[in-house]
Design a protein around this ligand. Structure first.
Ligand SMILES: [Zn+2]
Ligand SMILES: [Zn+2]
Length: 331
């Protein structure tokens, strides 16, 4: 694409990333939890694992690298056929369903492309180590360090940082090992992403719950782990995944505007997910809430235009102390 030299800052990048200056576009490429679930019963919501694309303020930001990343890579290659591509990948954690798409992300096989991967330390090894190991010899034929593109892996030390002009905050999720969620403050609104998280429910977790509510307060969009219904959750307390009832309560309390149920259970077919959405909407209606609830669906695109004014960022910065990371058993 030809860019005029007198383009205003931001305008050029906005055109390159296919969004108009004040618009934020979000697209779901993978919405499933744990393992991909292809097949006739998952056609509506999709079977690929965690991957969301955000285009905002001239940036292409990818949230998680589950198997949905492969499809996104194909589309980016077609769109940026004759120009170099610069993308930033934010990883919430390194469980398989959040990193397995990386070896199949075509843009890393083109030398002019740049991929910046940001995330926190892996549970036992550094982020760099975890990501390169999954592409080592017995697992994959090409190493991550051997791919032609410029791939930079940066381990985050701070909870507040920027991706270009997009301000990002991270916060600890309630999930085994080291796992975070992100909140992106774009010109058109804010997006919170917690693909793996169990809302704090225990009496002794009141402080953690309040902190989460403060972190999410007023988000335009919340994409969050809603893996179980209430009956299933009884058998999975402490596993680090959300119950839809608790997720609705958290979203209402945080005055979120739009809620997307995410990380769908591999055993849930399309009918079950639609039932969970209906149940969530009933809960909102009972509480006379204005929250809009949908299930994240592979291929769905959402546009934010900034008309719904988003709340200011929370005044109290989240704690950066790693010792606060939840210590539930790894499963
Ligand atoms: Zn997961
Ligand atoms: Zn996980």
């Amino acid at each position: 694409m030809t860019i005029d030299d007198d383009s205003k800052p931001g305008q050029k990048q906005a055109r390159e990333t296919g969004t108009s200056a004040g618009t934020t576009r979000l697209k779901f490429w993978g919405v499933r939890g744990s393992i991909p679930t292809p097949g006739p019963t998952t056609v509506k919501y999709g079977g690929n694992t965690s991957c969301v694309e955000v285009r905002a303020n001239g940036q292409i930001i990818i949230l998680d690298a589950g198997t949905g990343l492969r499809l996104l890579g194909r589309e980016l290659m077609a769109e940026f056929d004759h120009q170099p591509l610069e993308v930033t990948l934010l990883l919430t954690h390194t469980h398989w369903d959040h990193i397995q798409g990386l070896p199949f992300f075509l843009p890393v096989y083109k030398p002019e492309n740049q991929l910046r991967i940001l995330g926190f330390e892996g549970a036992r090894h550094g982020l760099d180590n975890v990501l390169t190991s999954q592409m080592e010899s017995p697992f994959f034929p090409i190493g991550l360090r051997e791919v032609p593109a410029n791939v930079r892996i940066e381990e985050l030390k701070e909870l507040n940082f920027n991706v270009g002009p997009v301000r990002v905050q991270a916060w600890t999720a309630n999930h085994p090992g080291v796992c975070v969620g992100y909140r992106l403050f774009t010109a058109a609104g804010s997006i919170a992403f917690f693909p793996d998280n169990e809302p704090h429910q225990a009496k002794d977790q009141r402080k953690e719950k309040e902190e989460m509510v403060a972190f999410l307060r007023g988000a335009d969009v919340l994409i969050i782990d809603s893996q179980y219904d209430a009956t299933e959750y009884e058998k999975h307390v402490g596993w680090g995944h959300g119950c839809v009832d608790d997720v609705v309560e958290l979203a209402l309390e945080s005055e979120v505007k739009r809620l997307f149920l995410f990380h769908h259970d591999p055993n849930h077919d399309d009918t079950k997910i639609s039932q969970m959405v209906a149940h969530a909407r009933e809960l909102v209606a009972k509480r006379k809430g204005r929250l809009r609830v949908e299930a994240a669906r592979e291929g769905a695109t959402i546009e934010l235009d900034g008309k719904e004014k988003h709340a200011m960022p929370i005044s109290k910065p989240p704690r950066s102390d790693k010792s606060q990371a939840p210590k539930t058993a790894e499963r």
